[in-house]
Write a protein that binds this ligand. Structure first.
Ligand SMILES: *Cc1c(COP(=O)(O)O)cnc(C)c1O
Length: 817
């Protein structure tokens, strides 16, 4: 590997400028004078890749040739956010680049602004995967992220004149995409359908059709680690283009069909919660990327070996299944080992079992994937046989352990009609983890209780985290500077627990004032951003109160909007004198799955409440509501640092962890929240007196379900709640049309599965406490600073360290010379 030179020594701005000039000229064919910021962006990105190339090769070399086990993070989503600034930060090149780009007559921000965000995820789960690969590289742990390069990411959201969500396709690859390298020479063949036949006493799968999985490689530079890992996203291409030539002209169109069908596999990212749509295509996607990734790992770790000793596979790589989406990997690895490499069942099982681990991300039973057996049988007949056999072995094992017949039936992986992917993952892998303490406990007590009873040692917790590089340093440069000033070092960026050192400064009024000034400046920035991007007029002298996350009933955007309407009514009716009202700007951001009717209606309601409230002179300056469309990582990076109060108000027991809550706490927002997900741990760490807690606990929720929940009782008992719901029903927010929100109102009054009405009173009651504190800016900011100081635990570096210790049993590559 002599062509790897030592990772490049610090380069100068002049060298970068030259590289960009060369790239512009020889690859893009434009002079610096002709170049637009978009041209410079592409050239700059390519130059960054060049600069990272040696470290990338070195990392792969050390990974393949050393003894450190690698991590394969299998995830259907990676919600990366923009790349340029992040790559520069992690590689320590920001200053040289700024200077280089300026010397060419451009401004880095203009260049960065032309970058288009890849939306290859729905929300928290995809963003978690992106934070994790950042942390793996930053800790120097060799790793692959494996996923799908969707042609269309999560839809772009717009609102029509009625305030309804309109989805438009996100064709992100229409723009030049300089980060991903398409490597046709490392393609994998992935097959589907057909049947299983017996040949010489052996089962042989004769698939009906195949596609070519082409890897698109993204470099993942670690922060200050000198290591660069790989995010390998698979793109589907027709398998055998040559075949087309055998067709004559008249058959040309039908000959192209298989190609179109093949390329459909990686065409779109499925919106979460749209479970009915495209089931088959979704299973095809899952198998497609997992099969390609497993074969790829064998190619990487046993280069050139036709008969590799795959019993060593668990020493080379450990796979983490990010939710149930990649779980088909378990029978796939069994099939590869038995059918392709000739291992016996028990050896194959032992290898597979040691190689996989499973992260569960939900408590909602409907979100645990269950596939109809006939669908699997049609698409992956050999895998269905293997799953049946796994299930037989599992039942025998349970029986031997003395588990009763009824329980065994309850635990079936394969029921005869369907395959339960969460159960397959729990049995098939070494460890199962939830994503926050409370969630992991509920997995053991409820969702996977039988499994935890039989295999208690498999279960563990890893609380989620977020990367401080993107979500503090890049998103909030002012706070970053202040933290560095306060701590006297910037080492906190790779050791976030150091934030604890800020705690004594909370007693220092001067420091707290500086902290408050950072927030104020961020609010002015966001107001300018919102004006430029959305045409909104936000007043930075009001409290910025934010609720951003996917729209889902369990997250309870409805609770926020009903409380807001009640407040609006109080001001209008004079019950609350305008002088007593703490001025607030409420900001929502949320996409709803296209097929999720009530969620979309909630969006429409929020938009129309915003329209009515913002145009009502009676509440002018007291209450404003804004809903910037198309919530994504970019908007998160702008909005979170500008937020005073964030909302984490899901029904207790429903949000597995949340990561938005962590981003806000780390950026000095105060949180109003329930005892759900990681809120519990945030509150424990920052202190109960620095967190606005309200609402029912998991136990109270359970009891209320058990007693028979009737929402109407709460409506009748609370005149403010009644007034708010009545306003939605009577057409106040629909130009007098009483039908517009009827389904929503009816759901609230008759079902309200997530108990919004039951928590309404507690939620509105805590607002006076919030406002009393906000009226004392110094005290508010002191508490917000204490939140920052005590949230270092929520770094994704800590999450990854926990995975390394509890689940993966590996660590960093040897230090670079
Ligand atoms: C962090 C993040 C999420 C997750 O937010 P939650 O409040 O934890 O649901 C979703 N979308 C984007 C763009 C994010 O950055």
């Amino acid at each position: 590997m002599s062509e790897i030179t030592a990772p490049k020594s610090p380069v100068t701005a002049e060298q970068f400028a030259d590289e960009i000039r060369e790239q512009l000229k020889y690859a893009q064919g434009v002079t610096v004078e002709q170049a637009t910021p978009a041209d410079v962006y592409v050239a700059a990105a390519v130059a960054v890749r060049h600069h990272l190339m040696d470290s990338w090769m070195q990392t792969q070399h050390d990974m393949v040739n050393g003894t450190t086990k690698a991590v394969g993070y299998l995830s259907a989503e990676f919600l990366m956010g923009k790349q340029l600034r992040n790559a520069l930060l992690n590689a320590g090149l920001t200053e040289q680049y700024n200077a280089a780009i300026e010397s060419l007559g451009f401004n880095l921000q203009d260049v960065v602004d032309t970058e288009y965000e890849p939306g290859l995820g729905n929300g928290g789960l995809g963003r978690l995967a992106a934070c994790f690969i950042d942390s793996l590289a930053s800790l120097g742990v060799p790793a692959f992220g494996y996923g799908i390069q969707y042609k269309y990411g999560i839809f772009k959201q717009e609102f029509d004149k009625d305030g309804k969500q309109v989805e438009t396709p996100d064709y992100w690859l229409a723009n030049e995409e300089p980060w991903g390298h398409i490597d046709y020479n490392r393609s994998q063949k992935v097959s589907f359908g057909g049947k299983v036949v017996k040949e010489g006493g052996k089962k042989v799968w004769k698939p009906a059709w195949s596609v070519r999985a082409v890897p698109v490689d993204y470099m993942v530079p670690g922060y200050a680690s000198g290591r660069v890992n790989t995010l390998r996203l698979w793109s589907a291409k027709a398998e055998d283009e040559f075949d087309l030539l055998t067709f004559n002209r008249s058959e040309y169109l039908s000959a192209v069909k298989p190609q179109v069908k093949a390329e459909n596999i990686s065409k779109i990212l499925y919106p979460e919660d749209s479970t009915k749509e495209g089931k088959q295509l979704r299973l095809e996607q899952q198998y497609f990327f997992v099969s390609a990734s497993l074969h790829d790992a064998i190619r990487v770790f046993y280069p050139g070996e036709s008969k590799p000793d795959l019993t060593t596979l668990p020493d080379k790589i450990v796979f983490q299944l990010n939710d149930t989406h990649p779980v088909i990997g378990i029978p796939e690895l069994m099939r590869i080992l038995i059918d392709e490499y000739g291992y016996d069942w028990d050896t194959a099982w032992s290898i597979t079992n040691k190689t996989f681990n499973y992260t569960c991300h939900t408590l909602l039973p409907e979100a645990l994937e269950v596939w109809p057996a006939d669908l699997i049988g049609e698409l992956l007949p050999r895998h269905l046989e293997i799953i049946e056999k796994i299930n037989e072995q599992f039942e025998a094992e349970l029986k031997a352990k003395g588990v009763g017949a009824v329980t065994i039936k309850d635990m079936a992986i394969y029921t005869g009609d369907s395959v339960r992917m969460a159960y397959l993952a729990t049995y098939g892998g070494s460890h199962v983890n939830g994503v926050a303490e409370l969630h992991s406990q509920l997995l053991k007590d409820v969702t996977l209780k039988n499994f935890s009873d039989v295999y208690p040692d498999k279960f563990t917790n890893v609380t989620n985290g977020v990367t401080p590089r993107r979500f503090i340093k890049l998103a909030n440069p002012r706070l970053s500077d202040l933290i560095t000033e306060g701590l006297g070092t910037d080492k906190w960026l790779s050791d976030l627990e150091l934030l604890k050192g800020l705690e004594p400064l909370a007693a220092d009024d001067e420091f707290v004032r500086k902290f408050a000034a950072v927030k104020q400046a961020n609010k002015v920035d966001f107001a300018n951003y919102a004006k430029r991007e959305y045409g909104f007029d936000l007043d930075p002298d009001t409290m910025f109160n934010t609720m951003v996350k996917r729209l889902h009933e369990y997250k309870r955007q409805a609770l926020k909007i009903l409380a807001l309407i009640a407040r609006y009514a109080d001001i209008k009716s004079g019950k609350l004198s305008a002088d007593d009202v703490m001025p607030r700007t409420v900001i929502f951001g949320a996409k709803a799955a296209p097929g999720y009717y009530l969620a979309k209606m909630t969006i429409q309601l929020i938009n129309n409440v915003a329209r009515v409230v913002n145009n009502d002179p009676d509440v002018k300056g007291k209450l404003n509501v804004y809903f910037p469309w198309n919530y994504n990582v970019r908007l998160a990076q702008h909005l979170i640092p500008a937020t005073d109060l964030d909302e984490q108000i899901s029904q207790a027991g429903k949000e597995a962890s949340g990561t938005g809550n962590m981003k806000f706490a780390l950026n000095g927002a105060m949180t109003v929240g329930t005892l759900d997900g990681a809120n519990v741990e945030i509150r424990e760490r920052v202190g109960a007196e620095n967190f606005f807690l309200f609402g029912m606990t998991v136990d109270e929720v359970d009891k209320l379900y058990a007693d028979g929940y009737g929402p109407r009782k709460y409506y009748e008992a609370d005149p403010r709640l009644k007034a708010a719901i009545d306003m939605v029903a009577d057409g106040t927010f629909s130009n007098g049309n009483k039908d517009t929100y009827a389904p929503l109102v009816s759901d609230w009054l008759s079902k309200d599965w997530f108990m919004t009405l039951a928590d309404f009173h507690a939620y509105t009651a805590i607002q006076s406490e919030i406002e009393a504190l906000y009226a004392q800016p110094l005290e508010w900011n002191r508490k917000a600073l204490i939140n920052v100081a005590n949230s270092g635990y929520f770094s994704s570096d800590r999450s990854i360290s926990d995975y390394l210790e509890r689940i993966w049993h590996t660590g960093p590559l040897p230090a670079l010379a």
